[in-house]
Design a protein around this ligand. Structure first.
Ligand code: DGI
Ligand code: FE
Ligand code: FE
Ligand code: FE
Length: 187
């Protein structure tokens, strides 16, 4: 699928602000794919569609999680986590993208998972550091991403977990798994 076609499809699903974010993720993901030797076309499409389900009604997402036998611990956690696995499902069924690498990059872009592929890491990081992101700690992750994707990922996960702890929010187990897997690999 060509970029303009993909963008046209996703634009209808998003607010203007979220579409601008998506363009930033796309540019960042392509640059990271170039730098780290991932498939640039897959990075482009995964980035374009990563937030496809962001604005679906909660009830629709909940139904898809149940019907498609997605991990049902999702339902007891923050609804913000839902758009990633539901997005992978909808991008396959509504948009017709069947590439598992692309679908997994969408599926795991919020929580990550242990043993992430290069493409999954790129989409996770690009989502975090795209030029429109301005939160505390983003500059450190941008700098790390220039040299070491795993170090950037660890820093982003630490920030996310700390942010959730401060807000007294539960941490989704897969987010912890992602962090643990990277830390254990380091040693
Ligand atoms: O969709 P985006 O805003 O571009 O970014 P995202 O999909 O990475 O994250 C969406 C939200 O999910 C963000 O506000 C933080 C939240 N989140 C990420 N990991 C966890 C989480 N929330 C909980 N409760 N637990 C997590 O492990
Ligand atoms: Fe997202
Ligand atoms: Fe995003
Ligand atoms: Fe540097």
């Amino acid at each position: 699928m060509e970029r303009h076609e993909a963008l046209e499809i996703v634009k209808k699903q998003l607010t203007d602000h979220r579409y601008q974010h998506t363009l930033g993720v796309m540019e960042t993901a392509i640059a990271l794919a170039k730098q780290y030797g991932a498939d640039e076309k897959k990075a482009e499409l995964a980035a374009i569609f990563h937030d496809y389900a962001k604005f679906r009604p909660k009830e629709e997402m909940k139904q898809i999680i149940l019907e498609q036998n997605m991990p049902n611990d999702l339902l007891s956690h923050n609804t913000e986590l839902w758009h990633a696995p539901v997005g992978a499902y909808l991008v396959q069924t509504e948009v017709g993208i069947d590439d598992e690498d692309i679908l997994n990059a969408i599926r795991y872009h919020t929580s990550g998972r242990s043993d992430m592929t290069l493409l999954e890491k790129i989409i996770y990081i690009a989502d975090y550091i795209e030029p429109g992101r301005i939160f505390k700690g983003v500059e450190e992750v941008r700098e790390l991403a220039k040299h070491d994707l795993d170090e950037a990922l660890i820093e982003a996960l630490k920030n996310t977990i700390q942010f959730l702890l401060k807000k007294n929010q539960p941490i989704y187990p897969m987010t912890i798994d992602t962090y643990n897997a990277l830390m254990m690999k380091k040693k």
